[in-house]
Design a protein around this ligand. Structure first.
Ligand SMILES: [Zn+2]
Length: 433
């Protein structure tokens, strides 16, 4: 199958080197779920004369978007105004997460969550799970049914949450192990350990995470770091003998290229240096950071230290699933922050595609339009009469068109989404799993 479209992607091996590559009348030839050829339409057509052609001549066809931090149980809490992190958790989010103890409710949440990822063009995601093993199994099962490439795992905490959400280190070990054995490595599912944050984790719980990472080196690790000043002070109080927040994880062997730390809004220099040295990744979640008043992400300090980051929607403190909107919030955060980075459209696209793929160790699999990669694609085609439609109809260059997409596109501008070459969403219709 050939998709004929205006193709746009970001190339380059770092944010500074991000450049746009585009074909106004381009084509992607998809075979067995992968990109098998691409380039100008006439060339691709000549090389594959018998392939069927689907015409997507308006809008833009982009690589699938990659979300490196989003919470499965939090869709329904989006929009709880007026609270900072710890009050928001206590008053709104943790009570809501206890509802996933009921399996039928969790199954509904899992379906809705994956539907929303897909219809927003998110073709890969590192997902923070539920505290309940059956609810977590429901998410994996739902992803398996659709062949959605999911990285996720049981959320764990053994203090300072609500009693219903608490586990013990022993139980966390057993439940993680059981989920790993049942799902990890099957049908494009990967397991990611997920202690909620050090404020909710004893040393014993963090230690079992370290043991599991040693036992299964191909697991991912995800947690929260340096999000909010009151949280950071509380962590320092709970762990008086650590050098800083990152050290609460570091001393259990939890740093490395398969580890993703959400937020890092208030890092110390040692933490940035260690994140860089260990190849650990940061999930920058700008809408969440603004929503909870957590602060303005120090992007330039991350770049200067060589600490790598990608973007996360952080639903439900984040206010949407759309990574296009999230990229615009990243842009605005840097514009507002003194000494912020001036991000180009290429840099924004790079962050939600290539950087996400790199953060999830998928550099050769996703994040770009190249032969051999998975055909994960999102077609942005605005509804007639919308502001985005008005701007794109007069826009000539890829840079400006893409800037308009980041500024204006929301989920209604997503016309189709393909994962592994299969169209899972076509405007208004999700493919039945
Ligand atoms: Zn989070």
């Amino acid at each position: 199958m050939i998709l004929r479209a205006r193709l746009v992607q970001a190339t380059g091996s770092s944010l500074d080197e991000a450049r746009l590559e585009s074909w106004n009348d381009g084509a992607v030839y998809i075979k067995r779920g992968k990109i098998a050829d691409l380039g100008p339409f006439t060339d691709v057509r000549t090389r594959h004369p018998s392939a069927t052609v689907e015409e997507l001549r308006s809008g833009l066809l982009l690589p699938g978007l990659i979300d490196v931090h989003v919470h499965y149980p939090q869709t329904s809490v989006i929009g709880a105004l007026g609270l900072d992190l710890l009050d928001w958790l206590e008053q709104v989010t943790l009570p809501s997460e206890t509802r996933l103890a009921e399996v039928a409710y969790a199954v509904g949440e899992a379906r809705r969550f994956l539907n929303l990822l897909i219809r927003n063009g998110t073709t890969r995601a590192l997902v923070f799970g539920s505290h309940y093993a059956p609810a977590q199994a429901a998410l994996f099962t739902e992803a398996e049914t659709r062949n959605y490439p999911l990285i996720s795992g049981l959320a764990t905490g053994d203090r300072n949450l609500r009693p219903e959400l608490h586990t013990t280190p022993e139980r966390a070990y057993v439940e993680n192990l059981s989920l790993i054995e049942r799902f990890h490595g099957k049908n494009d599912i990967r397991y990611a350990l997920a202690p909620r944050f050090s404020l909710a984790a004893s040393d014993a719980l963090l230690e079992i995470n370290g043991s599991l990472m040693k036992e299964f080196p191909e697991l991912f690790f995800q947690t929260h770091l340096n999000e909010n000043r009151r949280e950071i002070a509380a962590v320092a109080h709970l762990f008086p003998d650590t050098r800083d927040y990152l050290d609460t994880y570091e001393r259990h062997g939890l740093l490395g290229s398969r580890s993703v730390f959400a937020h890092n809004v208030h890092p110390r220099p040692r933490e940035l240096a260690r994140l860089a040295e260990t190849g650990s990744r940061v999930a920058h979640c700008p809408s969440s950071n603004a929503f909870l008043g957590s602060g303005l992400f120090p992007m330039r300090a991350h770049l200067a230290a060589g600490a790598r980051f990608a973007l996360g929607s952080d639903v439900g403190a984040g206010t949407r699933f759309s990574l296009l909107g999230e990229a615009m919030d990243a842009y605005k955060t840097q514009r507002v922050r003194e000494g912020g980075v001036n991000l180009s459209a290429a840099a924004l696209l790079w962050l939600v595609t290539r950087a996400g793929a790199a953060a999830l160790n998928l550099e050769d699999v996703a994040g770009g339009l190249e032969v051999g990669r998975s055909a994960d694609l999102v077609w942005i085609d605005p509804l007639p009469g919308t502001v985005l439609d008005a701007v794109l109809s007069r826009s000539e260059g890829a840079e400006h068109s893409l800037g308009a997409v980041f500024s204006l596109a929301r989920e209604d501008a997503v016309a189709s989404v393909w994962i592994h070459g299969r169209r899972l969403y076509e405007r208004g219709k999700l493919q039945a799993p």
